[in-house]
Design a protein. Sequence first.
Length: 298
Amino acid sequence: MNQYHVIGIFLTLLGAVLWGVSGTAVQFLGNYRGMNLEWLVTSRLLLAGMLTVLYAGFTQGLSIFDVFKNRRDLLQLLIFGIFGMGMCQYTYFHAILIAGSGIATVLQYLAPSMIIIYVFMRYGKRPSRGEIISVILALVGTICLMGNEGGISLESIRFDVLAWGTLSAVGVAVYSLAPVSLLPKYGTLPTVGFGMILSGVVAAILFHQPNSFALWDEWTVFGYFCVIFLGTIVSFNAYLEGVKRIGAVPGSILSSIEPISAAFFGWAFLDNQFSMLGLIGMAMIIATVIIIALEKRG
C-alpha cells in the first residue's frame, strides 16, 4: 500500500470521525437548544456550500465554473447534490425524528452493501473477500452498537421508518458513487461546494423554514460551527478526497467508524452510556478498518 492510498484512508476516516462530531452536535442542538432540524439541514447545505465554493474560487480561480459548461457533468452534479448529499441528510434526520438515531443509523449503514451490488450489476466487478467480510462486520457491528440501550427487535421497525432509513442509505451510496467521475476532472472543492448549494436551494424551496426556533447562546453557536464547518465542509471534502484515492466501496466501509466517533463524543459530552453489546459493535467496526488496510497493502 503506497502513500497515496494511506492518505486516502486517513482522509476517509477523518471525514467519518467529523460526521460523528456533527451528529453529536445535531443531537445537542435539537434536544438541548430546540433547533428546527429542517432549518438546520437547509442552512447547513447553503452556508457550507457557499464557503466551500468561495475557498475553491480563491485557490482555483474561475475554473471552478467549468462543470456548468458540460451538460452531462452538470446532470451528474445535480444527482450528486440533490439525491446524494441533500437526500441523505434530510432522510437521515427524518428517520431520527420518528425512530431515534439507533435504528436510523443501522439502516443508513446498508449503503456499503448497496454500493457493492450496484458496482457488481453495473460493471460486473466481484467484491473481494475482504470487502465482503468487512461489509458483514460493519453491518453486524453497527447493529450491536446501535442496540446498545436495550437491543433492537424487528417488530419495533415500522414501514415508514424502514422507508426513510433505506432512503438515507441510498443517499450515502449516491454521494459515494455519483461524483467519482467529477472529482478528478473538476476537483473536490468545486464538486462538493456546488453540490451543497444546489441541494440547499432545493431544500429551501421544499422545507421553507426561515426560523430555527433555537435558544441561541455561545454553546449553540459552537454546536452550529461543529455542524457547518467541521461536520460538513471539512468532513465531506475529506471523505470524498479519500474516496477518490481508495475507491467508493472501501471508502464507504471505512466511513462506518462514524458511529464509534458519535458514540465517543456522545459519551464524553452528552453523558450517553454504553453496554457490552455496544463495545462489541465498536470492535467489529474497527476490525473493518484493519481488514481494508491489510488488503490494500497486500
